[in-house]
Design a binder for this molecule. Sequence first.
Ligand code: MSP
Length: 502
Amino acid sequence: MNRYITTPIYYASGSPHLGHAYTSLVADSLKRFHASRGDSVKLITGTDEHGQKIERAAAAHGLEPRVFVEQKSLEFQQALRRLDVDYDHFVRTTSEAHVPVVKDFWERLVAAGDVYLGRYEGAYCVDCEQYFHSQGGEIRRRAAQQCPVHLRPLEHFSEESYFFRLSRYQDAIREHIQSHRSFIRPEVRRNEVLGFLNNNQLRDLSISRTSTSWGIPVPGDEKHVMYVWVDALVSYLSALGGLESDEHRTYWPNTTHLIGKDILTFHAVYWPGLLLSAGIPLPKQILVNGWLTVDGRKIAKSDASTLVDLRALTERVGSDSIRYYFLKSVPYGQDVDFSLDKVIAVANADIANNLGNLVSRTVALIHRFYDGGFETAGVELGKTELILQRVLDENFRESVTRFEAADFAGSIRLLIGTVSRLNRYIQEKEPWTLLKDESKREDGKTIFKFLHQSLEKLTRVLAPVIPITADRIRRQLGFDQGSADFVRVAKVEPVFPRIEIK
Ligand code: MSP
């Protein structure tokens, strides 16, 4: 099956922080998961480089926007690589490939009769790049004072603007969400959007700006630039080479957007409306993560006390620990509270101790008693192993089902349970005692054939969550050597060294 997975494209107005890393790591694990099951998967990410927010940030640094976004975009690319995010394409909204796709998209909205010129007046948050208004059109004074996300004063804007007839699509959007149960996940976000659509009359969307020139000009009226959110959302199409490309035909029909909960309305209401107007099928699914917080506060550029040095963190604990912590610590969709201590504690307990011990014991014992390997032909599993194998296989199946349903934490819990069970199996078998007796060596092969097989399956399902460690396990246990007829292991090396607490 072909699959297309997207992260939001990140504002090139500041440096990447852990909040951005979160969505990207989840997306990357999802890619690895599906790829490991034989799907052809494209993962894209990128930077959102137009609009007033960026223009102001560049000016504050005394730089031309173009020079400024170039630097910031590079920072994002480096940070994602350091986190071992295996993206296939990095889209930039200032790139030559992106601009014509956006213009083409705009023309489709015009051709559908969904664009008209009007005037917008309202309270605006430049950080959100969004107008705030009450549904009746009256700007409520209290609501207008500060942005609920950025907790900063809103600004009053009044400008000529093109509008998109979003109101026309309200029923179609609602019906789509209602009839596609897993379109928005988790459920609480689906209900939030449905509640919003049921209780409010959608207003048409202001889709151009004259208050900034840092954007893509509106075809036929160049004093307007396109609203940055229209420009940004279309990056999901331009990253595949536009509507006429083979990649689009191949991957778009099975699209999953991963986003944070703060940009839900853009993806679950505006984007479907725009796509319906442009005559493009809607994505399959929108997966919505909660916020990453520090002491309960959302990690954000504007709140210096929440910022963690990403580079130092990755160097200290490695990308596997961070990814593992994000996926395991709470049910997907809830906020995750981050602290270095917690990440280290979880990684040491589950990966270094539990899993690491299982691997190093297995490898060390195969060296000690079998000189690093043996032929497996003719080695039969015993009754204990066959029973245990059934339990473990059922666990693996269930963990895959959970992962598919975005229950990452549940999936991982099952796998770690399996690790503990296998450790207990070794404990019960006591091969270090049994195999001192040379005549038991032949029988003992059963234990190691079973451990080797089980670890191979386990590593396959754990790999999307701890890809670097999984690679080391594969090498150490010789899984890539590709013969079912023998077990051969490499020398013992810690697959995940314990992280020292300074
Ligand atoms: N540029 C827009 C997205 C356009 S997508 C067509 C944008 N950029 S952003 O840089 O502000 O945020 C990008 C993503 O990072 C969002 O999904 C947002 O939820 C996520 N996060 C930013 N800070 C976050 C946390 N502290 N925690 C979790 N996710 C956070 O919005």
